[in-house]
Design a protein around this ligand. Sequence first.
Ligand SMILES: *[C@@H]1O[C@H](CO)[C@@H](O)[C@H](O)[C@H]1NC(C)=O
Ligand SMILES: *[C@@H]1O[C@H](CO)[C@@H](O)[C@H](O)[C@H]1NC(C)=O
Length: 447
Amino acid sequence: MLSSRLISLIAILIGLYFASRFELHKSPAIHEHLKRPAAAFSAVYNQAFAKQSPEVVTEESPQQVFTEESSQQVFTSDAPSAGSTRVPYTRHIVAVGDLHGDLGNAQKVLQFSGVVDEFGNWTGEVDFFVQTGDIIDRGDDTIKLFVWMEQLRVQAAAVGGVVMSHLGNHEVMNAIGSYVYPTEINTFGSVAARQKMLSSGRIGRAWAQNYTATSRLPLHPHLGPPNTPFPPEGHALHFHKEDDYDVNEESQYYDANEPLSHSALSFVHGGLSPTYSNLSPFPTKINTISASLLRKLQYRTQPPPSPPNPYPGLPHGSTREEHEVYDANGPFWYRGWATDPESKACVDVEKVLARTGTRRMIMGHTPDFTGIVSRCNGKIIIIDTGISHAYGGAVSALSIHYTFTPIDNEEGEPRWKEREVVSALYVDRQETIVDQERELVGDFRMA
Ligand SMILES: *[C@@H]1O[C@H](CO)[C@@H](O)[C@H](O)[C@H]1NC(C)=O
Ligand SMILES: *[C@@H]1O[C@H](CO)[C@@H](O)[C@H](O)[C@H]1NC(C)=O
């Protein structure tokens, strides 16, 4: 027990050492790597994902949990077996924040980050494209943007890529009938058309099928497909009392046999508050509640638009959990990670990372027009930079390159180097936010 914690601690310290050594330091090698993101990666990636079947999403399960069958196919096809040659593994993720109805700037950012080509088609250069919500309101291209996202989702799936979409507070506001941006009526043509399209129409159906409130994206397939619930079954977290929480205690769930347990990222629109009650299991609990709320909103008789009518609120019969998921402390609206002082945020973030089985949290919602904000050594990353011309902020994307490489050694141990490079990309420059690496020993099969 003690020794396993000790080993975990050493692994963390090595990680911290490299993190501090490389923090904000631009290595030319990485620079070069990022300029040509796909070359080396594509070969491995295409091989590993060639056999993927398109994700199956049924009407009954609107949350985007990837099915067992497809996950088995995707992630075990090329799994190295004991004794066989160990192969390097790479994953490239691009995440983009609030788009607010601006197709031109969305195309620009997806293009310079390598997600799409000049025609707006999926390039195959990234494994995961993540959008953290607020596509609707303030611009004129809302419908085109949602339609484009569905096209990209299909194009991506055809070559083994994945588009992960999230609902923002503005999507939910519109589902409620809170039309605070009346200009958006022009986009839809009429109130009735807007109501229909966002409930039973193509955008409403896309939200129900292909959008979630939050997600957990493993960096290594050993942890299973995206949105595999954390903690893993049989490893329930035990919280005695909220106040007793100790990040070094068992509740953190770092098992010496599972040093990759937190090699994952969370994405959400607003933020995962440390006091929000439904963090675990993550992300399934939040997504189940949010899907149920969306369903109630879409299936109710659509209330008259507000304004000029009074705010309709959540449907009668919404549960306490559904109210909580949409309140100021819930994942759509929370702003604490942007507004709390570091002294508080950097303590609180550890609790949330521990409970969600992740090493960093990525969110939109609270804009900084000058660029992507990284706090607490990149454990909190806020990617809303006011991309829409309605704001005129920085046109930005977050890029994550993950590599897991075998290390040759005389002992013949299954030793690996895990490296994660997180960068902020802009039209004319890029900045390294995190460059972290550590060594691990183990037989990390793809789950
Ligand atoms: C982009 O994709 C569409 C199908 O969605 C296709 O018709 C078109 O030819 C593609 N364009 C290019 C340049 O590949
Ligand atoms: C959801 O995404 C799948 C591809 O993963 C696509 O086939 C389907 O049409 C999308 N649903 C809607 C309603 O757009």
